[in-house]
Design a protein around this ligand. Structure first.
Ligand code: SAH
Ligand code: SF4
Length: 391
């Protein structure tokens, strides 16, 4: 049975056409599913009975089975969904005073294997399909609307960030239809600036995203040079920093925002020295001419969220502030990400739904402990030295 949650409006229209129905019927159906949260065709009373019967014989609107729901003291909610075969993925709802953000997963596990990421430590099991990606928003939007008693037309979720489990640009074919439904006015109607794809730097797919579905882009940088980034984000060996920066510059030409967000996970004694911040300034200057740098990128510093197998530590607060100050003084808007939902392990990089690892990456990582040499006497920042052995 075809899961209609995975179809963008054009695909749904083509499917309806194959059943002898006009496009406007597909629009009605699409609105029932996404705007009303309907899963049962019988409920869709303004569609002809014959059409509903045809649909019922061929298609379903199938959400993901919910395994657990955990609510944090700060209002963050984490849902764990079963995606079959012993795998589960997580979705996190993050309310703020004036808006709410949903953090969506794209894969069960992740093949990139970043050192500091618990999803990366789990290895990779499989891609989610478009319906499984969109099902997270479909569920969360209607769940929160119901629990908050919102009226039809009132939105529960204002932003979507593809920052849950997985590397979205390594699941491109499923990602794009899901993004299109997020953006479609007949579905969730989110603006391109409020849907963010976060990537560890799959360069060719950044270029394709620009053409197929330009949304806000966040790039997980984590290091100012290739030597360190090769160790933290193994994908860097395939797509090194100069290529990544060039693709970011190209993306800016089409991006809905006039900046790219660089995410930078602050690891104690590894990537958090003021010298490394200065190196970053040099790196991102290439993004535009000197005068454009200030608007061409922003930095979001993420205090590392520890998990047992990482062997890494969070940078002390003053170190994060000092790092941010160097970037700020270099003309780059820099924010420090607030840690949300850490009492329910819902913070960045702590998402670790069940994954049947097909790659044994965790065992490989555990055999290579990270060695961090702390400087003897802070604040002699320049003396920080780090050694992260190569796999
Ligand atoms: N695969 C994509 C999106 C998912 S990760 C990417 O890497 O961009 C979302 C963000 O959380 C990334 O910036 C990632 O580097 C960061 N992150 C991963 N593990 C983390 C941890 N343990 N602490 C803090 N941030 C982490
Ligand atoms: Fe994958 Fe992103 Fe985690 Fe790296 S940080 S392992 S790319 S999910």
């Amino acid at each position: 049975m075809l899961n209609l949650l995975g179809l963008d409006l054009d695909a749904l229209a083509a499917f309806c056409e194959s059943l002898g129905e006009k496009r406007f019927r597909a629009v009605q159906l699409y609105r029932w599913i996404h705007q009303r949260g309907a899963a049962d065709f019988a409920q869709m009373t303004d569609l002809a009975k014959a059409f509903r019967e045809k649909l019922a014989g061929r298609a379903v609107v199938s959400g993901l089975p919910l395994l657990t729901e955990q609510a944090s003291a700060d209002g963050t909610i984490k849902w764990l969904f079963d995606v079959g075969g012993g795998n589960a993925v997580e979705t996190v709802y993050i309310p703020e005073a004036d808006r709410a953000t949903l953090c969506v997963s794209s894969q069960a596990g992740c093949a990139v294997g970043c050192r500091f990421c618990s999803t990366g430590h789990q290895g990779f099991s499989r891609n989610l399909d478009a319906g499984e990606i969109l099902a997270q928003l479909w569920f969360a939007e209607h769940r929160v609307r119901a629990s908050r008693g919102l009226k039809p037309g009132e939105r529960a979720i204002d932003n979507v960030v593809m920052m849950g489990m997985g590397e979205p640009l390594q699941n491109y074919a499923a990602l794009v239809p899901a993004l299109k439904t997020m953006l479609d006015d007949h579905a969730y109607g989110l603006s391109r600036r409020r849907v963010t794809v976060s990537t560890s730097g799959v360069v060719p797919m950044i270029d394709r995203l620009m053409q197929d579905c330009p949304v806000a882009l966040a790039v997980s940088l984590h290091a100012p040079n290739n030597a360190l980034r090769d160790q933290l984000v193994p994908l860097n060996r395939k797509y090194p920093l100069d290529e990544l920066m060039q693709s970011c510059a190209r993306y800016l030409a089409a991006a809905p925002r006039d900046f790219i967000t660089f995410e930078y996970c602050m690891l104690d004694g590894v990537n958090d020295s003021p010298q490394q911040a200065r190196e970053l300034l040099d790196l991102v200057r290439g993004l535009g001419d000197e005068s454009r740098t200030a608007v061409a990128c922003k930095f979001n510093l993420i205090p590392f969220n520890p998990f047992p197998a990482s062997g890494l530590r969070r940078s002390p607060r003053e170190r994060v502030l000092a790092f941010g100050q160097v970037l700020n003084e270099g003309g780059i808007v820099t924010t420090i990400r607030k840690t949300r939902g850490d009492d329910i392990d819902a913070a960045c990089g702590q998402l670790a739904g069940e994954v049947q690892d097909r790659t044994q990456v965790d065992q490989r990582m555990r055999r290579q402990p990270v060695t961090v040499h702390r400087r003897a006497a802070p604040p002699s920042f320049a003396a920080a030295s780090t050694e992260v052995p190569r796999p």
